[in-house]
Write a protein that binds this ligand. Structure first.
Ligand code: HEM
Length: 396
């Protein structure tokens, strides 16, 4: 048989994707480049249940905008879950999102800036005399937890407990056997329920958990189960993700060229840095939707009722959408990264996440311009997430 160069090239690019393999876990840009050399709808059978992955920018963007075909109501992880809280479709999604929308408007979020600055200064005071400290444990993890608790109106007295629960929630979302995390999640559910009962007893108030606890849909309060899921979703959605945004960005600034010093000399716009970090290192590499009908993508049929991963990490590196996609470039024009999703379920906390990152980065460069990495730390565990669960630094 004659060797066809095009075929050779095509086959060379067609490398099997292994989302749980150590190489791709360590560097998800490898997954992105493999996916971008594969079929547009890639069948991934190394997970139970198997699923399809969309990776091209136009395909992911188009699917996210088509909420009738790609529905939310079976959860946004690879396993089929019952629709609850904000992880649902219209009309329940319209009701739940509408309830919390007000608290996440640009104005409401910008009013949080002084409080965020105060928390960040306290956290930075806490490490002032330490020779080596962990940027994840001491700064990027506690900040989002404290602010979400304050928005919800729940005490922040035991951050370590919240950490265990948040870890269990994200691990549960990515697990083949979710029953592994049942005890931690039951403990978190019981705690949230206790808080909900306290809110109902106290009566009307402006904190978010009170608003949720006292809201009526078609004249009825939401059930305890429903409220616990909904509040849990708000609590978890903004924590690990914002933590990773902050750690990933500091990590890249400290490791690529002279970026950290340029940033300290105010030669880099903090918002450019945040946007490029979100594109280059999405805290969520992808989330899932479920097909409501058979869909054809470039000759491949995705059957109805199948999980489909929207791979933001690959779409953000699609050369059809971004020039030099594998380079961390601070000035970019053109397409918007997809790390906050788009469409009906676009991240409601995106302004808050960006403000937290802006406040933290600005304070960090002012207080500790000599900041440097001790080593590259560790990757967070669950495969859908991308961040550092350890990032040891020094500023002396
Ligand atoms: C860098 C940080 C963040 C990233 C990368 C991120 C990413 C995302 C993504 C990709 C979605 C789409 C989910 C889907 O299509 O199923 C989403 C939804 C959501 N996010 Fe975020 N998020 C971040 C921060 C936050 C924060 C701070 C909050 C605050 C509570 C938050 C709350 C939510 C909620 C409630 C939803 C569900 C919206 C809906 O389904 O209507 N997120 N987020």
């Amino acid at each position: 048989m004659e060797f066809d160069e095009t075929m050779g090239l095509k086959n060379a690019q067609k490398k099997d994707v292994d989302l749980l393999g150590s190489e791709e876990l360590r560097d998800p840009s490898i997954t992105a480049s493999k996916l971008l050399g594969q079929e547009r709808a890639y069948f991934y059978d190394k997970f139970d249940p198997p699923f399809f992955i969309l990776s091209r920018y136009e395909d992911v963007n188009g699917a996210l905008l088509d909420a009738e075909t790609y529905v939310e109501g079976f959860g946004n992880g690879p396993n089929f879950q019952p629709a609850q809280g904000i992880l649902s479709d219209a009309p329940h999604h319209t009701f739940t999102r509408g309830l919390i929308q007000r608290d996440f408007l640009v104005k409401q979020i910008s009013d949080l800036q002084p409080r965020l600055e105060e928390i960040v200064q306290e956290l930075l005071d806490g490490v002032a005399s330490k020779k080596i400290w962990d940027l994840h444990d001491e700064l990027s993890f506690p900040l989002p937890v404290i602010i979400i608790c304050e928005i919800l109106g729940i005490p922040t007295d035991d951050i370590k407990k919240f950490k265990r629960w948040a870890d269990a929630s994200v691990a549960n979302m990515c697990a083949e056997d979710p029953s592994e995390y049942a005890d931690e999640l039951a403990e978190m559910g019981a705690y949230i329920l206790e808080q909900i009962h306290l809110k109902r007893k106290a009566g009307k108030s402006s904190d978010l958990l009170s608003v949720m606890a006292l809201a009526k849909e078609d004249g009825e309060y939401m059930s305890d189960d429903e409220l616990v899921s909904f509040a849990g979703q708000i609590f978890v959605a903004g924590n690990e993700t914002t933590t990773s945004l902050i750690s990933n960005l500091v990590w890249r600034l400290l490791t690529i060229g002279d970026l950290w010093n340029e940033f300290c000399r105010d030669e880099i716009d903090v918002d450019d840095a945040i946007n490029e970090s979100l594109r280059f290192d999405p805290p969520l590499l992808g989330l899932f939707k479920t097909t409501s009908r058979d869909v054809e993508v470039d000759g491949v049929t995705i059957p109805s009722n199948t999980k489909v991963m929207m791979h933001y990490g690959a779409a953000n590196r699609d050369p059809q959408a971004f020039s030099e996609p594998n380079t961390f470039k601070l000035k970019r024009s053109g397409k918007k990264m997809l790390s906050f999703s788009v469409g009906l379920h676009v991240c409601i906390g995106r302004e808050l996440a960006k403000l937290e990152a802006r406040v933290t980065l600005t304070a960090l460069r002012k207080r500790y311009p000599k900041l440097r990495l001790v080593n590259e730390g560790e990757r967070v565990g669950p495969f859908l997430f991308w961040g550092r669960s350890k990032l040891p630094v020094t500023h002396q």
